[in-house]
Ligand binder design. Structure first.
Ligand code: GLA
Length: 702
């Protein structure tokens, strides 16, 4: 085994850090989307996360046979088995994994292998104690959980390089191994140790070149925090009542995302060099904020993510998971993706997080993944663990391997997906509407929310959910995405922006697009410094208004009168709008600015801009707003979809594949505008489609 000197490793680290810092937001979209079904030999990917190392070898054959019987053709293996593969430093044992693969492959099941770096062996921590991450108080994490390594530690980089290289060398030609999952749910905890501090200082130097530029960008004149040497730059405190400079804190968030990307790139480069015929992915976390997934996913062949719908508690609120699906799809230019961990049973660690859902609801959730663009569904996990933290995190099977109701639900979908594969192959979600997620604004608002109740993600949902209630497909776009194909773009709370994004939104509207802007837009420049222009800063001309007064809704609730005759409760924030060219659609109802504008509409070039100066807990407020915009932009809304029922569409070559998903315990009737074919039975369905409780229909129409 090759030995790595510290010097060489530091050289490698600085190269990989700089790769990350240079990469974010500047890379072109991948030319050709990855075809997951073709990758899996023409089969829809249907799988389970399997841990053969945790079960007697005598059980493997029975497991593989039961998987095959349920239509499973895919497994993810090995992502926490580092110590099994490298029991001592530099000594490897892959024989057990070879044997497991042989059993699985014999049943037509192929594998993605996880690089096991999320869970380093105890011997590694004992030998190199400084690989443990350090919290903001300077305390290192103790051994015994997972993911608590520091990705700026040279010994950890060396250990990562060694295990990934050895795995890639061993499995590169294996016909039953089709790809790799790098690490497991990268992104946290953030590490505040001396190695991270040095890496952050190097990152700042690479970004700003001179201390004068950094001091100007961060406004370090405030409290006299001017830096005269790179080594004086501190890490943020990240505590409640954080007094760190917000510009420094935002750069630290960017640095952390870049560091995560660089660590992934380090592994991806090894895998691509040694095993170029196997695909590379990572299991992501939907709305997880600490990584800019758009940036990270430039390095992957396709997106995979971990989908746990029961976190939503109220299962009829399907849009919570829906937005995560759409964000994950949007983070790689709307290419189809896969679910690496689809919920297969109730979840819990020391306690269950929710009640057990009926088995049929697991089927609805699996179809929801497919409806939003997944070309693969892999359940977490095949069987609930007998050991460790996740004894209450159910797999498809319980510990006794009894064919329970979840197993039969899984087997039913397995059969159905087999039947639907030719129809699904090549189909995609196509959306007239997009919501724009700005990682910079999201981070900056976490640093300084302005009011405690401020919630960026909730604002995304306010608008996203309204479109989904009306059956409209919604894409999630990021600042580098192309907006030109969308009729409506919602860009909530665009707090931080740079000139490129400002120009892009101006062009979009001038060319006929409809744009929603909301309170706290245009407040900060790209360095998280407040603009000296009148708010909404660079968007004032587009919105046709000025804001000279705002009111953080700390304790009280406001009221909005309009649009139309209705009134709605208003919360969080009130921008008091002073229109120049904009038309007033709603006014405030209470307090000293009662009667002043709250919502406006402005024509700019060929397009329209809606400025919404507040937030409401009433969904009807958003239904009203989107219907105004939809009329202008000719987006068709279906106002008759019952609550708790989702209508989602994939399309290909003139065929629409319509998924009608019922998350409620009641039978439902869903009026569609055309009679459709049932894709599973071949029969024609009436225009008023009947969906049983916790049921699904997959329909087609030309
Ligand atoms: C995450 C992890 C899995 C497992 C599940 C359930 O998604 O990736 O390893 O821990 O959560 O807790």
């Amino acid at each position: 085994m090759k030995q790595f000197s510290i010097k060489a490793v530091w050289g490698l680290m600085s190269v990989y850090l700089l790769m990350g810092s240079a990469a974010r937001g500047h890379q072109a979209p991948t030319a050709k989307p990855f075809d997951l079904i073709q990758w899996n030999n023409g089969k829809f990917i249907y799988g389970a996360d399997y841990y053969p190392e945790a079960w007697p070898e005598s059980q493997w054959e029975k497991d593989a046979a039961m998987m095959q019987e349920a239509g499973i053709n895919f497994v993810r293996l090995g992502e926490f088995a580092w110590v099994k593969m490298e029991p001592q430093e530099g000594h490897f044992d892959f024989a057990w994994l070879d044997r497991a693969l042989k059993v699985l492959n014999a049943h037509g099941i192929r594998a993605v292998l996880g690089t096991p770096t999320a869970s380093p062996p105890a011997w590694l921590y004992a030998k190199y104690p400084n690989i443990a991450a350090m919290d903001t108080k300077g305390v290192r994490y103790r051994y015994g959980s997972r993911r608590n390594y520091c990705l700026h530690n040279a010994d950890f980089i060396a250990a990562t390089t060694r295990i990934v290289t050895a795995m890639a060398e061993h499995f590169k030609g294996h016909p039953g191994v089709i790809g790799w999952q790098i690490d497991n749910e990268l992104g946290n905890p953030k590490c505040y140790d001396p190695d991270s501090l040095a890496a952050f200082q190097a990152w700042c130097q690479h970004k700003y070149h001179t201390l004068d530029a950094l001091n100007a960008a961060w406004g370090t004149v405030f409290w006299g925090h001017t830096y005269q040497a790179w080594r004086e730059i501190p890490l943020p405190w990240n505590t409640l009542f954080d007094t760190s400079n917000p510009s420094l804190a935002l750069d630290f968030d960017r640095f952390w995302s870049d560091s995560t990307h660089s660590y992934l790139d380090l592994q991806a480069a090894i895998l691509r060099r040694i095993a170029p015929r196997q695909a590379v992915t990572h299991n992501e976390m939907g709305m997880f904020p600490d990584v800019d997934y758009y940036d990270l996913n430039r390095s992957l062949d396709f997106v995979a993510w971990d989908n746990y719908p029961t976190f939503e508690k109220d299962y009829s609120q399907y849009a919570g998971v829906g937005l995560s699906h759409d964000l994950m799809r949007g983070s790689k230019d709307n290419a189809n993706y896969m679910i690496m961990e689809q919920q297969g049973g109730a979840g819990g660690w020391s306690v269950f997080f929710g009640r057990q859902a009926p088995a049929s609801l697991y089927r609805v959730w699996a179809y929801q993944s497919v409806a939003h663009g997944a070309d693969g569904v892999c359940y977490f996990r095949w069987r609930t663990s007998r050991y460790g933290t996740e004894q209450y995190w159910e797999g498809i099977l319980d510990q006794d391997s009894y064919r329970n109701s979840r197993y039969f639900a899984v087997a039913q979908i397995g059969k159905e997906l087999g039947q639907l594969t030719p129809l699904l192959h090549g189909s995609k979600v196509e959306s007239p509407v997009a919501v724009l997620v700005s990682p910079d604004s999201r981070w900056a608002q976490q640093i300084q929310p302005g009011v405690e109740d401020f919630d960026y993600d909730r604002q995304l949902h306010d608008y996203y959910d309204a479109f989904r209630r009306a059956g409209v497909s919604v894409d999630v776009v990021f600042p580098p995405s192309d907006l030109s194909a969308y009729r409506i773009v919602v860009a909530p709370a665009l707090y931080v922006s740079n000139q490129a994004l400002v120009d892009k939104l101006h062009t979009y509207v001038k060319n006929g697009g409809t744009l929603f802007l909301t309170f706290r837009s245009g407040v900060k420049d790209e360095h998280n410094m407040v603009t000296d222009q009148t708010l909404p800063g660079p968007f004032a001309d587009l919105a046709g208004l000025a804001i000279h007064e705002f009111d953080p809704q700390v304790n009280e609730e406001q009221e909005v009168l309009g649009p139309g005759e209705s009134s709605f409760p208003a919360r969080t924030w009130s921008d008091v709008l002073d229109p120049s060219t904009a038309k007033v659609l709603a006014t405030y109802g209470k307090g000293y600015y009662a009667g002043k504008p709250a919502v406006t509409e402005n024509q700019a070039g060929k397009g329209w801009v809606y400025y919404v100066g507040t937030e409401s807990k009433s969904p009807f407020f958003y239904d009203r707003l989107i219907s105004l915009a939809a009329q202008k932009s000719l987006v068709a809304l279906n106002a008759k979809i019952p609550p708790g029922v989702e209508v989602a569409v994939r399309q290909k070559a003139g065929t629409k594949i319509i998924f009608v998903l019922n998350y409620t315990s009641a039978n439902q009737t869903v009026p569609l505008d055309q009679a459709c074919q049932n894709a599973l039975t071949g029969k024609t369905e009436p225009m008023d489609v009947q969906i049983p409780a916790y049921g699904v229909k997959v329909l087609t129409v030309q």
